[in-house]
Write a protein that binds this ligand. Structure first.
Ligand code: ADP
Ligand code: MG
Length: 338
């Protein structure tokens, strides 16, 4: 049996080592699962906050990290991710991927990046469900209303008419399998103002998570992406002015919160106030004034749903949301005049 004895001893030694490891694992598990063990690690986390200009607003990050170096390096990466997304989705930069795509409107399909494809697919889904209330092909109309804001004059009727003809989510063709997009008619213009910031918040949060930071908040204008709560808390304190008194200051985590309204961006012409949000069906800036807040599982969703709900108006929006997004929370309050 000498031939077998050495391997048998070897196998026994390995088994013994594995048994020892299992015992060690068990002991560690028992200690780690004690309530105190977790609290020790969590209590060592410190709060850090950074902000930077991005996508036309101030992007703010609040993170809980073991030290300044790890907080700074993670937030730097997250800001860099937002900057890259701005290069993809900006409608102000003629060199952005979005604007280069729009320059080919009326031509053949164009290959797009993963980010642009994801955002456009999400936008099309919300357009379909909202029957075109949310529509990223709204660019030609937004352009006219931006001019109106500068001149304080109503857009010319014939130009409004031509712009309206270029708008409609069915005029945007997406081939998800081949990652290509085609704008069917020359002059079409995409505007991701109602979804890009939400997506950027989500992606920044993902970047932080990849760096090991899960307890984080990212805010860009009216859009907030929330990760795990601050240590020892049930959630992040978020103000929702449109909610009833008992929900106005909510503790939230792992979700997106977006607010849309015309509080800051609007034009007043002949005593009427037109919002920067346009109803793609009429071509006009919204005149029914309301502040809308949406809480959804992620910030890309909350961003476009808040814009869609603004266009639909309070009653229709509530019905629509109950039908298609029963778990999403919607708060609407009439905006105060002024
Ligand atoms: P904000 O940009 O102020 O956070 P929203 O998220 O509601 O507000 O987005 C409004 C922006 O979305 C507008 O400035 C414009 O760029 C774009 N937009 C306007 N109307 C629509 C619409 N019906 N559907 C999709 N996007 C729109
Ligand atoms: Mg929005």
């Amino acid at each position: 049996m000498p031939f077998h004895s050495r391997p048998a001893a070897f196998v026994r030694r390995i088994r013994f080592k594995w048994d020892m490891l299992a015992v060690l694992w068990f002991i560690l598990g028992v200690f780690a699962s004690r309530p105190g063990a977790c609290a020790v690690a969590v209590s060592r986390l410190e709060r850090f906050e950074y902000s930077q200009a991005a996508m036309g607003v101030r992007a703010r990050m609040v993170v809980y990290a073991p030290n300044r170096a790890s907080a700074e390096s993670a937030c730097k990466r997250a800001f860099a991710r937002i900057a890259r997304l701005e290069d993809v989705m900006s409608d102000y930069r003629p060199t952005s991927e979005l604007m280069r795509l729009c320059a080919k409107a009326g031509g053949p399909a164009v290959k797009v990046s993963r980010d642009l494809l994801k955002v456009l697919l999400k936008a099309q889904e919300i357009s379909r469900l909202s029957d075109g209330a949310f529509d990223v092909t709204v660019g030609p109309l937004v352009k006219l209303w931006r001019e109106a804001r500068a001149t304080r004059k109503m857009p010319d009727e014939s130009r409004l008419c031509s712009a309206r003809e270029l708008v409609g989510w069915r005029k945007l063709e997406i081939d998800a399998k081949n990652a290509t997009v085609r704008l069917k008619y020359p002059g079409m213009l995409l505007d991701l103002g109602g979804i890009a910031k939400g997506y950027a918040c989500d992606e920044a949060l993902r970047t932080l998570k990849r760096c090991g930071i899960n307890r984080a908040l990212i805010e860009m204008g009216g859009d907030i992406a929330l990760g795990d709560p601050p240590p020892g808390k049930k959630g992040w304190l978020v103000q929702i002015p449109a909610a009833q008194a008992d929900e106005r200051c909510s503790q939230l985590a792992n979700c997106g919160v977006s607010t849309s309204g015309d509080a800051e961006q609007f034009v007043e012409i002949n005593g009427r106030r037109y919002s920067h949000i346009v109803d793609p069906r009429t071509g006009l800036g919204l005149t029914h004034r309301a502040e809308v807040t949406v809480i959804a599982p992620d910030c890309t969703t909350s961003d476009c749903l808040a814009t869609a709900a603004s266009v639909l108006g309070p009653e229709k929006a509530a019905q629509w949301m109950r039908r298609y997004f029963p778990r999403v929370r919607l708060y609407v309050r009439p905006a105060a005049d002024g």
